[in-house]
Unconditional design. Sequence first.
Length: 232
Amino acid sequence: MKKRLLLLAAAAGITIQTQAQVTVTPEFGFLLTKPTGYSTDNGMRNTVNYDWGAGVRGGLSLDIPLGSKGFSFEPGLFFNTKNRHLVESTEISSSDLHISMSYAELPINLKYSWEVGQYKGKLFVHVTPYVAYALSGRQSGNITIKKPFEMTTTIDQPISFKSGSGQEMKPLDYGAYAAFGYQFQMGLQLKMFYGTGLANTSVVEGSGYRNGAMFGISAGFVMGRRLPGRFY
């Protein structure tokens, strides 16, 4: 009787492992960010125009199949650098600043995959809500005062995310991505994604700053597949 139970348990374990292949995917890529912002002056809202900034993105995700129809749940942990370039000029002053911020990000991919052909590969799409927390930040560049006489100040200093009177930005960010990609039969995975930051991280009353539009490309390798050519 005990032998039969052991055999049944072993068979059940093999079946679960075969049908539900939980995999890990290390991933690395590049991220372009174009923030949005505004300030308020005498009741008038003024848009702050930022240029696209290039950063890096790396981390890993855990793919957990949901049934056998191609759906999966894919939580991850990533490190991002979100950079921006600000150039402004008025009659009174001008600014040329580079600002870089590093985030730890927790994305949760809701993913659907389908095979292109047997043992050839698969296409996939996913939507991704995310939460991120700023680890560090730095701003550098020049600020020029034009009136009453011209004076340029060069700055190169860290950004404070700590709460209190010295806080310069809020550390918490959140938003969403949408992605499209292809996974080759041997496990190589390529994808592109587009997203937007939704949190207002400005600490100044009457102003706003969001990480805004984000576009990226990445490459990864799916590890832990037990059967070559099988995705689930």
